[in-house]
Design a protein around this ligand. Structure first.
Ligand SMILES: Nc1ncnc2c1ncn2[C@@H]1O[C@H](COP(=O)(O)OP(=O)(O)O)[C@@H](O)[C@H]1O
Ligand SMILES: [Mg+2]
Length: 296
């Protein structure tokens, strides 16, 4: 499923995004999905429909190119580890300031096949079969140097094949356990005064879980609370514990979710305060598109 990036349409989309940021009003944009980190915008073109994920703005070409290399390496390594990754292209344009706006571009895949929706609609037998395939993928891929953010909303089930969508934050570590991703860049949506302490205190705990099958599965199960799918947790725990030690428990999952949810709520509150500061006090655009609050 290879495709050509629709250059002109993307240029136009980026213009619209900049207008929306300047106006502090994203209503003119068509949002395809909300994650915790990026807004995914829909782009309809004559050459098809695309999912466009705007990255934090890069302060120079070197930093952008380093990101591109990390992304390519991540896509290669996921594929080598048996993950079907949605075909992803990196597109960029230079801003008037000389900084660089980049997008991860994918074809829009059938949203009806997103895993959370299927888990709601397809019944227990489908869920069990899905989770067996999911565990195979996770155990075949995740290692101390290759991570995966495997929440339900990051997968689309296409003809019985799980396709992974969420590649904008490549999760790889070097032999000493340091992230290869430009973590600092990905925390630029936090108010400046918090960035350094937050980065130091949280990056390890935010990222650790992505590098063990147990952590990835715990995160997946915890997130089912947010997806209003907690009824599936007992059955999934039984399946997961056939291959995970020490065994996961429902209490651990609930406790984990509470901690994770309050961390993201805190981050979202800080970002909104920062946005208000930019718009109302400094009278300048806030440079990010924030997702709306999650109903947890
Ligand atoms: N290629 C795609 N086709 C259709 N929907 C997509 C695609 N990529 C992302 N989405 C939608 O956008 C949501 C967020 O995308 P994701 O890549 O997971 O970003 P985030 O890092 O913000 O979680 C997904 O859960 C899904 O609903
Ligand atoms: Mg996601």
């Amino acid at each position: 499923m290879t495709f050509t990036v629709p250059e002109d349409d993307l240029r136009e989309l980026e213009q619209q995004v900049r207008h929306a940021l300047a106006a502090g009003d994203p209503r003119g944009l068509t949002v395809l999905g909300y994650g915790e980190v990026t807004l995914v915008l829909a782009l309809e073109t004559e050459r098809g429909a695309f999912a466009c994920k705007r990255l934090p703005v890069f302060d120079g070409r070197k930093r952008f190119e380093a990101y591109g290399r990390t992304l390519d390496r991540y896509l290669d390594r996921l594929r080598a580890a048996g993950i079907h990754v949605a075909e992803t292209r990196l597109w960029h344009t230079e801003l008037p300031s000389g900084r660089i706006a980049g997008y991860c571009v994918q074809q829009t895949l059938p949203v009806k096949r997103l895993v959370p929706g299927l888990l709601h609609s397809e019944g227990d037998a489908w869920a069990e079969d899905f989770f067996a395939r999911f565990l195979d993928r996770v155990h075949g891929c995740v290692s101390p140097i290759l991570g995966l953010d495997a929440q339900a909303s990051n997968w689309i089930d296409l003809d019985g094949e799980l396709v992974y969508l969420d590649v904008t934050s490549p999760l790889m570590r070097d032999a000493r356990g340091r992230e290869l991703l430009d973590v600092r860049l990905f925390f630029t949506s936090l108010p400046r005064i918090l960035r350094d302490p937050v980065r130091l205190a949280m990056s390890k705990s935010i990222f650790d879980k992505f590098y063990t099958p147990r952590g990835v599965v715990l995160d997946f199960l915890g997130n089912l609370h947010k997806e209003k799918l907690a009824g599936l947790i007992p059955g999934f725990l039984e399946q997961a514990n056939a291959r995970i030690t020490p065994a996961l428990t429902a209490e651990e999952v609930a406790k984990y979710y509470k901690g994770d949810a309050s961390m993201w709520e805190l981050i979202q509150r800080l970002r909104k305060a920062d946005r208000a500061w930019h718009l109302k006090v400094r009278h300048r655009p806030y440079p990010f598109l924030l997702p709306p609050d999650v109903d947890r």
